[in-house]
Design a protein around this ligand. Sequence first.
Ligand code: NCD
Ligand code: ZN
Length: 342
Amino acid sequence: MRTLTLRQPDDWHLHLRDGAALAAVAPATEAVFARALVMPNLKPPVRTVADALAYRARIKAVAPRLDPLMTLYLTDHTTPGDIAEAAAHPHVVAAKLYPAGATTNSDAGVTDIAALAPVLDAMAEHGLTLCVHGEVTQSDVDVFDREARFLDEVLAPLVARHPGLKVVLEHITTAEGVAFVQAHAANVGGTVTPQHLLLNRNALFEGGLRPHHYCLPVLKRERHRQALAAAVTGGDPRFFLGTDSAPHAQGAKESACGCAGVYSAPFALGLYAEVFEAAGALDRLESFASLNGPAFYGLPANAGTVTLVREADPVPTALPFDDTRIVPFRAGGAVAWRVLPR
Ligand code: NCD
Ligand code: ZN
């Protein structure tokens, strides 16, 4: 049987939610990943170090082996003082920029990015990473063009104004996103999800409307999927693993106005292994999953290991989630690689 042993990976973009939903999903991440960069888009959002530490304690209560790395949610009211406080705390490693209205629970996000300049200056000064949801939000911009437009109109000028800032373009979905990261220096990185590496936008409409393939940024054309797969399997250290696993209850997805988000955490590492295997680059999976992210964030790689086996891992049609159910990515199918229990 073929096996593959890697340094234990980290998930550099994860939604864990709160309360009973948190308790339902966090164990799946700690079963595989050592650390997770936890997104702050709760209701209300995680705005301060005190919010982040309280949330971290709630995560540790249900997933004690996980090391949650926290992010602050930037708003129009975030101050340079908030940033200095965050940077001084080892458990807070980034702040997240959600353009207001871009995605799930982003209504408290930033409405005027130019006015954020003093906060971004403080982030550069203190070495706090900026994680970016890279989409413009104007309703007249085609939804498939929102990432590319954001890069040109918002992120390029932002990076030029703040050359010392560490920036992660989260969940890259386009060839333009790949090119943006590659065109910049080592202080600009990017995360890529399993679904954007494995699916193109046809998956949204295959035999009918497929709400469980809907996430933001939305799936793109096949040429973009190919560009993403080439970037991550090509060994460029600026790309690293971030699942964007984003759980929503089955009923909230299978709805007249379904929520955006794909729940991939329990099967994510095996899904990424499929991508690297298809590219003949399994030897590069460890860098993407376990080495590039810590190097970008200035943290050590993990000491432990995980082992994958080339053996079908069946994905249930649904999993328990609070008092309801959640439908995971590839539900009812199988993933080609199974992670052995640690
Ligand atoms: C995320 C969520 O549900 O919180 N949804 C998604 O489609 N990716 C938010 C986000 O990362 O955009
Ligand atoms: Zn996300």
